[in-house]
Design a protein around this ligand. Structure first.
Ligand code: XIL
Length: 392
């Protein structure tokens, strides 16, 4: 699948398992880990000393709300409609729900003429009943397109399909959406197109202006929703992420200069726990640059991929929590950041188990709650980041 290739390329790690000094390090009070196990992970020494204590059990949605922030997560129909305990925990912790797959083209449009909103509607109702905001993901992307698309859509009818799709879907949920990811992952400098635009049938058929068109059409049928450009691969101090930051800024500037109704940048934020090339200053500057265009920022798909971490779950949780804290302290420092959504809530239901599984087959632990819906150190890290965040 194209996406899988994209992920593995994007997420290629250059992990130098360097120091083999064999000196042990104390973790918590009890356990000694050989130094080589942790030597290559970001902030390892700091992580081991870090205090992730938080006061009380106040859910993340309330901690965020008290700072004028929104916290929530992606949830999918199969999990939420079948698991009562999960449903309950989800509603406790989350102030916003985004359907993980249910509003993508391939789920919504089994044939060129039918829109199937049943799963999306179920999730919308679940959000409403539990006093959660609801957000849409996504209207335009080059992936998770239905099989029929290639056969049916061409240069002549592409605009009609794009406009009809956006109009039908946004009108269906009008008044219910906090925000819409109007265009998803429209930039990929690796594809070699002008302005770093990602390969896409929309680019082929309609040219670069498909992005502006999408925002204008969405604004027409849902003038109240926050319209978001959502992108991944923006956070590291690597040539690839630098190129993407530059291209995204250029795109946002262009859209703003043309008066396009765009209101926020969505930063996906699938963090690699083993990645050391995290430069808070560079990320902070990027966030200021986005904010200075008059745009809000939403952290839309946060999780911490523990694929390459050592096996021990206690150590893994500690490194994952450190990564959450490092990232959130930078993004929440920017007052234009209005929301944080994790891509899932519990390790029981995470795409990482399929897309970034571990070679030792151990359960992946990328999310705030474990498989039994108990808070992990990552939950504490997110909670304390909200507690420390400046008020909006
Ligand atoms: C992922 C879902 O989590 C998976 O369940 C699905 O199989 C593939 O898509 N960027 C995005 C999301 O914008 O839509 C992707 O979601 C994860 C990466």
């Amino acid at each position: 699948m194209a996406y899988k290739r994209l992920i593995s390329r994007r997420h290629i790690m250059r992990l130098g398992l360097a120091t083999l000094s064999g000196i042990g390090v104390v973790l918590g009070a009890k356990k000694i880990y050989p130094r080589q196990q942790i030597s290559s992970f970001s902030n390892q020494e700091k992580n081991l000393r870090r205090d992730f204590t938080v006061s009380g059990k106040t859910p993340l949605r309330n901690r965020a709300a008290s700072k004028g922030l929104i916290y929530g997560a992606a949830g999918n129909y199969p999990a939420l409609s079948s698991d009562e305990a999960f449903k309950k925990r989800f509603a406790q912790e989350c102030g916003i729900l985004v359907p993980e797959n249910e509003l993508k083209w391939d789920t919504l449009r089994p044939t060129p003429y039918i829109f199937d909103f049943s799963k999306g509607d179920w999730l919308a109702q679940f959000a409403q009943r539990n006093n959660m905001l609801f957000r849409g993901h996504n209207l335009v992307w080059n992936q998770f397109m239905p099989e029929w698309f290639k056969e049916v859509v061409n240069r002549q009818n592409a605009e009609k399909f794009l406009v009809e799709h956006i109009t039908t879907v946004t009108k269906h949920y009008v008044g219910q959406m906090h925000s819409w990811d109007v265009v998803n992952e429209g930039i990929d400098p690796n594809h070699g197109n002008p302005d770093g635009l990602a390969n896409s049938p929309w680019l082929d058929f309609l040219g670069a202006d498909y992005i502006e068109l999408a925002f204008r059409v969405a604004a027409q049928s849902d003038p109240k929703a926050l319209l978001v450009y959502n992108e991944g691969g923006l956070k590291y101090d690597t040539p690839e992420h630098e190129a993407r930051r530059t291209a995204v800024l250029k795109l946002l500037e262009h859209l703003k200069s043309r008066g396009t109704p765009i209101h926020a940048l969505g930063m996906e934020s699938h963090i690699l726990a083993h990645e050391t090339r995290f430069n808070p200053k560079k990320l902070r500057t990027f966030l200021s640059d986005v904010a200075s265009l008059g745009l809000k920022i939403m952290i839309t798909e946060l999780d911490v991929i523990d694929q390459k971490l050592p096996a021990d779950p206690t150590l893994r949780d500690r490194i994952v929590a450190g990564a959450y804290q490092d990232f959130l302290s930078v993004v929440l420092d920017e007052k234009a950041t209005i929301a944080v959504l994790t891509w899932g809530l519990s390790d029981r239901y995470t795409w990482i188990s399929r897309f970034n599984s571990r070679s030792d087959a151990a359960t992946v632990r990328p999310l705030p709650l474990d498989s039994d819906f108990k808070p992990k150190l990552g939950w504490n890290a997110i909670a304390s980041s909200f507690d420390k965040a400046p008020k909006r």
